[in-house]
Design a binder for this molecule. Structure first.
Ligand code: NAP
Length: 259
């Protein structure tokens, strides 16, 4: 299936590894030129080279912290008018809400709510004027069902989700869609860190914690980031112009609800 995005400009944030990298890879394979970002140059350049080799796409890199105003400025200078924007940033630490002060909450809100809102603000009107735009926020299954040790994520991401629910209905008439993809457990460095946090809280070994987490998912496994990237590419496709304001779970059936 040709997704109809060849030649489009995609800006994929926080994408030197994990889910962001997989989104950039899938979009590049569909013929989009991609700009990828992260704070660490070495890994980012290695990923850019991998994407170029595997897809032949034009890949631009930008070293920037997307949670800061300066970082967003630098990022937008590298890709001022994206047709596709994939918002992403590192997730907050695990812990107990009794230990979090205002600074911890502000850091989570900056990373997992405000950075995406400011990137949308900077790019959505250009998309509207060109009559094409696809915005995808990488959030979390925690938006549908809270994860006990990730209270910062549960809270900050719901703020982003609420804001986008309103905006998504304002842009779709201009062929600009705004959706979120909600990952369940995907096999990335972030998941490894979360599992380590859980194992410390429970006192169980990391091996047992990992095995239990796999077993409790109906699929019996963690997701492959490539599976996530493929869904992202479809949501960014020309064919997906009638999908907006949605929160699409990709979690191996982990969410137990009927709807
Ligand atoms: P990951 O494998 O740790 O990758 C995170 C990527 O983001 C890296 O490229 C990292 O590079 C970059 N990054 C982190 N903070 C950044 C910042 N402030 N500015 C720019 N780049 C930044 O994480 P992941 O598993 O792909 O997770 C992506 C998002 O999905 C996170 O918000 C995570 O909480 C969420 N999520 C993941 C899962 C899962 O199971 N994997 C489940 C639910 C939600 P640098 O460190 O070099 O900047």
């Amino acid at each position: 299936m040709d997704l109809g995005i060849s030649g489009k400009r995609a800006l994929v944030l926080a994408s030197s590894k994990g889910l962001g990298r997989a989104c950039a890879m899938s979009l590049a394979r569909e013929g989009a030129s991609v700009t990828i970002s992260a704070r660490t140059k070495g890994k980012l350049e290695a990923t850019a080279e991998d994407i170029r080799k595997l897809t032949g796409a034009k890949v631009t890199t930008v070293v920037a912290d997307i949670t800061t105003e300066e970082g967003r400025k630098v990022t937008l200078a590298a890709c001022p008018s994206p047709d596709i924007l994939v918002n992403n940033a590192g997730g907050p630490p695990t812990g107990d809400f009794r230990d979090w002060d205002r600074e911890d909450w502000i850091a989570a809100i900056d990373a997992n709510m405000l950075s995406a809102i400011f990137m949308i603000k900077a790019t959505v009107d250009g998309m509207i004027s060109r009559n094409f735009g696809r915005i995808v926020n990488i959030t979390s299954s925690a938006v549908k069902a809270p994860i006990e040790v990730l209270g910062l994520s549960n809270g900050a991401r719901c703020g982003l989700t609420g804001f986008c629910a309103g905006l998504a209905r304002k842009t779709v008439a201009h062929n600009v869609t705004l959706n979120a993809i909600l990952p369940g457990p995907f096999d990335t460095d972030r998941l490894a860190a979360t599992l380590e946090g859980s194992s410390i809280v429970s006192g169980k070994s990391l091996e047992d914690t990992t095995a239990e987490r796999k077993a409790e998912n109906p699929s019996g496994r963690f997701g492959d980031p490539a599976e996530f990237g493929e869904l992202c590419a479809f949501i960014c496709s020309a064919q997906a112009g009638y999908i907006t304001g949605q929160n699409l779970l990709i979690d191996g059936g982990g969410y137990p609800g009927t709807l």
